[in-house]
Design a protein around this ligand. Structure first.
Ligand code: GLA
Length: 401
């Protein structure tokens, strides 16, 4: 009797384990556990894109070492669209993109991922090319059949309706926006293909509060970035306070990188790379990868800074304090160390003194400079750093024994 009871219990336990395992198998694999990294033509090429450029960029991504440093998604922005056929299927402009499936296959053959762009509106931003409104399931299926791994979904064509609603009834406007984004997310899920979902609606309606509910893996928190310090720093520094909304699978996105596009000084591009990494922001390069100078390469490929962005703990860093034009930011990392960045938003170089307590250490710390690639040794209570105009000093600190 006792023996059959034991067997029965064993059988029940095995069945329970199987059930848990089966439900884990049924769940879609989690996406974007780390902030997505990749490239998008918009910041440099606007709509002047074609199959040749995208393939050459993919080649450059591999040859430059960017793919191996983590930049994986090659994402088309608006401008690839050709129209819809009689059955409502969206197609690419045949003169510039003769075969989207082949393009997707090319990306995959290079160990890269293929991203695409659409809008929940009737059109994309320029008002002439089709958006996905009313064709969500159909477009999601088309994208999946092309091997798409990432969708940037830009409200654009739907923005005017949202703004009109918002002026009259913010609750209705919220329901409209949430509805638009949820609909495409469901459609993507239905395809059965894992597709990273990038919500792009410029931070309207405090998107960080509801984007995960709409299935977003990342969401733009700001309006469009431009290749100058004022625009970049506005997008970057206004992320302060948003850290609690981000985590593995769901990230705040202050827009793409301008590094290498020529409008800023190297110190300013280092600021963008550091600030985005402290913020665990997506790192989507936006320059011409086929023609990069050494400085651009060194910034985009700084593996120590990338490691801060991609840290598996997945915590977004935040501002600790400001002092005049100087800002102290800190991001906790998985191994117990901390990334610390001191930014100078002022018009001349300045010194900044901070204590290790305010970045979470009591006692001695081991310090490494992530732009100089140098160990600075063991320090005991505070440090003074010299920060160039519009520049940054970025450190990684470990508790020292
Ligand atoms: C919006 C987006 C940009 C880019 C353009 C394309 O402005 O915010 O990132 O996609 O549309 O038209």
């Amino acid at each position: 009797m006792a023996k059959s009871l034991r067997i029965w219990r064993l059988f029940r336990r095995a069945a329970a384990i199987l059930l848990v395992q089966a439900s884990a198998w049924a769940q879609p694999a989690p996406l974007a556990l780390r902030p997505p990294m990749g490239w998008n033509p918009w910041n440099h090429f606007r709509h002047a894109v074609n199959d040749k450029l995208i393939r050459e960029t993919a080649d450059a991504m591999v040859a430059s070492g960017m793919r191996d440093a983590g930049y994986r998604y090659v994402i088309l922005d608006g401008g690839w669209e050709g129209g819809r056929d009689a059955e409502g299927n969206i197609f690419a402009d045949p003169a510039r993109f003769p075969d989207m499936k082949a393009l997707g296959e090319y990306m995959h053959s290079k160990g890269l991922k293929f991203g695409i762009y659409s809008s929940p509106g009737r059109t994309i931003c320029d008002g002439s090319e089709p958006g996905s409104f009313g064709h969500e399931e159909q477009d999601a299926r088309t994208f999946a059949s092309w091997g798409v791994d990432y969708l940037k979904y830009d409200v654009c064509g739907g923005e005017a309706t949202y703004l009109k609603l918002e002026a009259k009834n913010p609750q209705l406007a919220h329901a409209y926006m949430l509805g638009l984004y949820t609909k495409m997310h469901r459609a993507l899920e239905e395809t059965g293909r894992p597709i990273v979902y990038s919500i792009c609606q410029y931070g309207l309606d405090a998107v960080w509060r509801w984007a995960p509910e709409a299935g977003g893996n990342l969401w733009r928190t700001t309006s469009d970035i431009h290749d100058n310090y004022t625009s970049m720093s506005l997008n970057g520094f206004t992320q302060a306070g948003l850290a609690r909304f981000a985590g593995p699978g769901h990230w705040n996105d202050p827009d793409m990188l301008e590094i290498g596009n020529g409008g800023m000084k190297p110190a300013e591009y280092e600021t963008q790379m550091s600030l985005w990494s402290i913020e665990a922001a997506p790192l989507i390069a936006g320059n011409d990868l086929r023609h990069m100078d050494e400085q651009t390469r060194a910034i985009l490929l700084n593996r120590e800074v990338i490691a801060v962005d991609q840290d598996p703990l997945g915590r977004e860093g935040d501002r600790v304090r400001t002092e005049g034009p100087l800002e102290l930011w800190m991001k906790p990392l998985q191994d117990g160390s901390r990334a610390v960045a001191i930014f100078n938003r002022g018009r001349s170089a300045m010194d900044f003194r901070f204590s290790f307590r305010e970045v979470g250490f009591h006692g001695k710390v081991r310090v490494r400079d992530l732009w100089l690639h140098q160990d600075l040794g063991i320090m005991s209570s505070d440090d003074t750093v010299h920060v160039a105009k519009h520049g940054v000093v970025m450190l990684r600190m470990w508790r020292a024994r």
